[in-house]
Ligand binder design. Structure first.
Ligand SMILES: [Zn+2]
Ligand SMILES: [Zn+2]
Length: 106
């Protein structure tokens, strides 16, 4: 059944060729979809300020990232340490004061 084997191979190839465009299109669509998701998820990635570990944090999860690796809290908005009851602007003032006192030491 040599001829059948060849024929089968050919048939499979022609089948493949026939189904390729739609398959490629589907794969392309999937890839584009995933790529779009990846791009969309960039905003959901928060980098731990302590160990640079990148964690996916959906917007619904709030602005506080608690690093699963080192447990350090990071504010996703200002990249500083967690300050959940306070706004970034309120903490910034504190940071400047702290920075100034550090400056004296430097
Ligand atoms: Zn960390
Ligand atoms: Zn902040």
């Amino acid at each position: 059944m040599n001829s059948s084997e060849v024929c089968d191979g050919f048939f499979t190839e022609s089948m493949l060729r026939l189904s390729l465009p739609s398959k490629i299109m589907k794969a392309y669509d999937d890839a584009v979809c995933k790529e779009t998701l990846k791009i969309a998820q960039i905003d959901d990635i928060v980098t731990c300020r302590a160990c640079q570990f990148q964690v996916e944090l959906p917007e619904s999860a709030g602005i506080l990232l608690i690093c699963p690796k080192c447990k350090v809290e990071t504010c996703r908005l200002c990249g500083d340490e967690g300050h959940v009851p306070l706004k970034c602007s309120e903490v910034e003032k504190k940071c400047i004061v702290r920075y100034k006192s550090h400056n004296i030491i430097i």
